[in-house]
Design a protein around this ligand. Sequence first.
Ligand SMILES: NC(=O)c1ccc[n+]([C@@H]2O[C@H](COP(=O)([O-])OP(=O)(O)OC[C@H]3O[C@@H](n4cnc5c(N)ncnc54)[C@H](O)[C@@H]3O)[C@@H](O)[C@H]2O)c1
Length: 215
Amino acid sequence: MNIEQSKIPQATAKRLPLYYRFLKNLHSSGKQRVSSAELSDAVKVDSATIRRDFSYFGALGKKGYGYNVNYLISFFRKTLDQDETTKVCLIGVGNLGTAFLHYNFTKNNNTVISLAFDVDNEKVGTDIGGIPVFHLDDLEENLPDDVTVAILTVPAPAAQSITDRLITKGIKGILNFTPARLTVPDDIRIHHIDLAVELQSLVYFLKHYPNEDKS
Ligand SMILES: NC(=O)c1ccc[n+]([C@@H]2O[C@H](COP(=O)([O-])OP(=O)(O)OC[C@H]3O[C@@H](n4cnc5c(N)ncnc54)[C@H](O)[C@@H]3O)[C@@H](O)[C@H]2O)c1
C-alpha cells in the first residue's frame, strides 16, 4: 500500500476496485466525463458517499461537468497498483477453485492466478483454465518467489497447515474461502470470504434496515 492510500479510510479503499471497473467500461465506450449521480446509479453507492470518497484523492468534480474519466482512471490505476501484475496461487482445485481458475480475473484488473496446487493425482499435472496444477507436496519447490498472494479453496481441516507453509514461502496475503479461522503473524493479511455469513448479513439488513443508506 502506498502513502496516499494509507490515508484513505478502509471503507473507501474497498470501493475503489468497483469504481475503477465501472470507469474503465465508461472509458472504453468513449465517455470523457461522468457525474456522481451517474456513477451512483451504476455502482449502487449513494452520490454523497461517492463525492466524499473522491474528495480523499483530490478529485473534485465540477458543478455541471462531473468528473474527468481519464484523470480518475489514471489515479485509480496508480492507487490500486494496477501498473504491476500481482501473481496469485490457488490451493485446492475443487468446485470453487476450478471456477476461479476458469474465471479470467485479468479482464478487470491486473491480478492473475499463475499456478495452482492440489493433492488429487487426477488433477496434478493438468492445466485447468490454462493454469498448471502442481502437487501440494511440491509447493516449496514450485511456488515462485514473486507470488505473494494465495487463494485457499481446500477443505477446512487442511487450511492451517497449508497457510503455515505458504507464509514460510513468503506469501503475504491470503484470500480464505474455507470456514477455518487462520492463525497468522501480524504482518500477514487474511481476507475471509464466507458466503453463508454474507447471505445472512444481507437478509438481516433487508429485514432491519429496508430503507437505509447502503454505503
Ligand atoms: N467461502 C464460500 O463462500 C464457500 C462456498 C463453498 C465452499 N467453501 C469452502 O471452500 C472450500 C472448497 O470447497 P469446494 O466445494 O471447492 O470443495 P471440493 O471438495 O470440491 O474441493 C476441495 C479441493 O481441495 C483438494 N484438497 C484436499 N485436501 C487438500 C490439501 N491438503 N491440499 C491441497 N488440496 C487439497 C481436493 O483434492 C479438492 O480438489 C471448502 O473449505 C468449503 O467449505 C466456501
